[in-house]
Design a protein around this ligand. Structure first.
Ligand code: FPP
Length: 254
């Protein structure tokens, strides 16, 4: 039986972020080139996106290409960009069918023009979809984003539109590329690596982390449900004590 039946849909994380890792190792295990792993990773992107939307998750952010990934061998970067263009083109109809809108975060202007065009078209076409936002982090790194936000605040201050003493966490957060989303409550990383790799550093301040040995191309619906169930079995305290949480839960009882 599917683990889906065990999930409490009234206690879902509104935003799930995923570091998709292990495509290269998966391909190597099959005696194939790395790009074979990325191609199979697309199936997991589709499965997890559909599973998340069906459950009622509002935002799913996938780390598809980091700023550091530009340093990979030229052929791999080229293959990833081609895969991205091809996948977005081929999957737009599925996004429409599932009522999912495509959005991006990151320095997308550094992507090849064909990629930018395909993305712009899919973003525009899916913009009215309501069920879930599928956010691709592309040419993204958290330090890049934080520096950009600081630069924008400095400009506003210089122009006299903002006083330094008015800068607080809310004002800062509004300058980030994720300002329209709630912070992720769950961060998943596949392939057994225990790192955050410059991903959403500001936004994951209170996120629960879920690490699994499963390589991304093997991460299917059931693996995703497992991560959600693990999240639901945790106590989220936000700096409070367990007793305080119990008391506030009691006071909301009829
Ligand atoms: C990490 O595995 C994966 C990536 C850098 C790229 C992720 C891309 C995809 C899943 C395919 C395209 C995505 C979309 C959204 C269409 P790795 O190469 O670092 O694996 P390794 O650590 O085993 O070498």
């Amino acid at each position: 039986m599917s683990l889906k039946t065990e999930i409490d849909t009234t206690r879902l994380p509104a935003h799930v972020a995923v570091i998709m890792d292990g495509n290269g190792r998966w391909a190597k295990q099959q005696g194939q080139m790395r790009v074979f792993g990325h191609k199979n990773g697309v199936n997991s992107v589709r499965e997890v996106s559909e599973a998340a939307a069906e459950l009622g998750i509002q935002v799913l952010t996938l780390y598809a290409f980091s700023t550091e990934n530009w340093n990979r061998p030229h052929e791999e970067v080229e293959a990833l960009m081609e895969l991205l263009v091809h996948t977005i083109h081929a999957e737009t109809e599925t996004l429409m069918k599932n009522d999912i809108r495509l959005e991006t975060i990151g320095d997308t202007q550094s992507l090849p023009p064909s990629c930018q065009r395909e993305l712009a078209e899919a973003i525009q076409k899916t913009s009215g979809n309501k069920r879930m936002a599928l956010v691709l982090a592309l040419s993204y790194s958290s330090r890049w984003e934080i520096v950009e936000a600081a630069r924008r605040l400095a400009k506003l201050t210089q122009a006299g539109e903002l006083k330094p003493e008015d800068i607080n966490a809310d004002v800062f957060g509004r300058q980030l590329t994720t300002s329209r989303y709630p912070d992720p409550e769950l961060l998943i990383r596949t392939s057994g690596e225990l790192r955050v790799s410059n991903f959403l550093l500001w936004q994951i301040a209170y996120a629960e982390f879920y690490f699994t040995e499963t390589l991304w191309p093997d991460f299917d619906r059931e693996e995703f449900y497992k991560a959600i169930l693990d999240y639901q079995n945790r106590e989220r305290r936000f700096g409070k004590t367990s007793d305080q949480l119990l008391k506030s839960a009691d006071s909301t009882q009829p």
